[in-house]
Design a protein around this ligand. Structure first.
Ligand SMILES: [Zn+2]
Ligand SMILES: [Zn+2]
Length: 415
């Protein structure tokens, strides 16, 4: 927290992490901030000084449309702002947290003089991830080429996404995303009151992590001490414009030699069982639609199935021409219906399952009725929700025992 020196003013730079319409009247804005002083000290030539020790703060602000109008701030998602904050009361009250999970007590601070800020020079290089080298295509190919998938499991992680690409015992060989409920949806994270059963992940096979995009609901579990083993795994992630807390995390992986940045020009990578696509839109700030998505071919003795893991991307950006029907799908964007994400929904095969990955009573009101309706029109009638337990996709056999012998993990599919 900023020093408790009463009424002392501090200057901050912040990345606009989330803007959410609470109702027609108010918006909830989450800022990922660091002090101006710290920001000025960031140096891409001397990255070793950027570590997890840099203090960062999450400002959680609720503003009425009227307040927004008067202040003349046009908050834009994934842009940067600067402001000063102190304990002296003013109109913009912020709850300030130290972490992406809103579990600890917050400090109350009041924001003043908020205005847009544009990144220049060295800092721009840092927060566009340009300081990281892109991985070699061959390395990426080698990581996944030998993996045989028998099923995909959409785990109950609350309001977020985490899918396991598993062997025949249900043991994850790859995690596609490693997220969970955060910020105002911390209550939906496993073990919290909207989702009381805690989760224990399986690290038996030193699974690979493929990250769809840099949003916390897709990677929050990696910040929990309990699941810290995931940082010892290899991460494949897209290059995106990110904020300071994401950057700290990327640096931590990078220092371990575990961060492999997907080359921006590599649109498709195919192996026998996987088809990964790097999506592009004209707006580089749109993380949902500039990330990675994946089609998994799962095989049992008699059959092969195809399961699509779109992350939060619009279906229309995916190249699915060769898949007439899919057997499994994790509905895009937790069942959202915004921004044309439901255009050209892929068709379901007769035997199929669609998983909606969201948390009970989440603030986004996912899944939307429109999403469920539109998916049904494309044949996705067999609908399951992660809030009722982990969901098996792309398989025709039921696993009855917990993977890895039940010593450590709680990843047995329930449905
Ligand atoms: Zn997202
Ligand atoms: Zn998401």
């Amino acid at each position: 927290m900023p020093e408790r020196n009463s009424k002392s003013i501090k200057h901050f730079i912040a990345y606009v992490e989330q803007i959410e319409e609470l109702n027609n009247e108010t918006k909830n804005i989450i800022l990922d901030a660091l002090t101006m002083d710290m920001y000025n000290r960031l140096d891409p030539e001397n990255l070793s000084n950027i570590n997890t020790e840099i203090p960062t703060y999450f400002f959680n602000i609720v503003l009425s449309n009227e307040q927004l109008r008067i202040s003349e701030i046009n908050f834009e998602i994934n842009s940067w702002v600067q402001f000063s904050a102190s304990e002296e009361q003013s109109e913009f009250r912020a709850q300030v947290y130290n972490d992406i999970v809103f579990e600890d007590n917050f400090n109350l601070l009041y924001i003043k003089d908020i205005k847009p800020f544009s990144l220049e020079g060295k800092q721009k290089k840092i927060f566009s991830m340009e300081i990281f080298d892109e991985a070699e295509k061959n390395d990426l190919f080698d990581f996944i080429n030998d993996i045989e998938a028998n099923m995909v499991i959409a785990y109950n992680v609350g309001q977020g996404n985490c899918n396991g690409i598993c062997d025949e015992t249900g043991m994850p060989l790859i995690y596609f995303d490693f997220g969970g409920g955060v910020f105002q949806n911390t209550k939906t994270y496993p073990g919290n009151y909207e989702n009381p059963i805690a989760i224990n992940f399986c690290f038996t096979t030193s699974p690979l992590v493929i990250l769809s995009h840099w949003d916390w609901d897709h990677m929050a579990s990696a910040t929990k001490i309990k699941h810290a083993a995931i940082k010892e795994c290899i991460w494949i992630a897209p290059k995106q414009e990110i904020g300071i807390t994401h950057f700290k995390f990327a640096m931590e992986l990078n220092k371990k030699g575990n961060l492999f940045i997907w080359p921006n020009h590599l649109l498709t990578l195919r192996t026998r069982n996987f088809h990964i696509q790097k999506l592009h839109t004209s707006d580089p700030k749109d993380k949902n639609n500039n990330g990675l998505s994946m089609i998994v071919r799962t095989r049992s003795i008699y059959n092969e199935y195809f399961v699509l893991l779109p992350g939060d991307a619009n279906y229309s950006l995916l190249d699915l021409k060769e898949y007439e029907y899919l057997h499994g799908l994790v509905a895009t964007h937790h069942g959202a219906s915004s921004h044309n994400c439901l255009d050209t929904i892929p068709k379901a095969s007769l035997l199929h399952t669609i998983a909606y990955s969201y948390g009970k009573n989440n603030t986004h009101k996912h899944p939307k009725r429109l999403s469920i309706l539109e998916h049904k029109k494309s044949g996705w009638r067999n609908k399951k929700s992660t809030q009722n337990g982990h969901i098996a996709l792309g398989t025709d056999h039921i696993i009855k025992t917990i993977p890895c012998g039940g010593h450590h993990c709680s990843l047995l599919p329930k449905q």
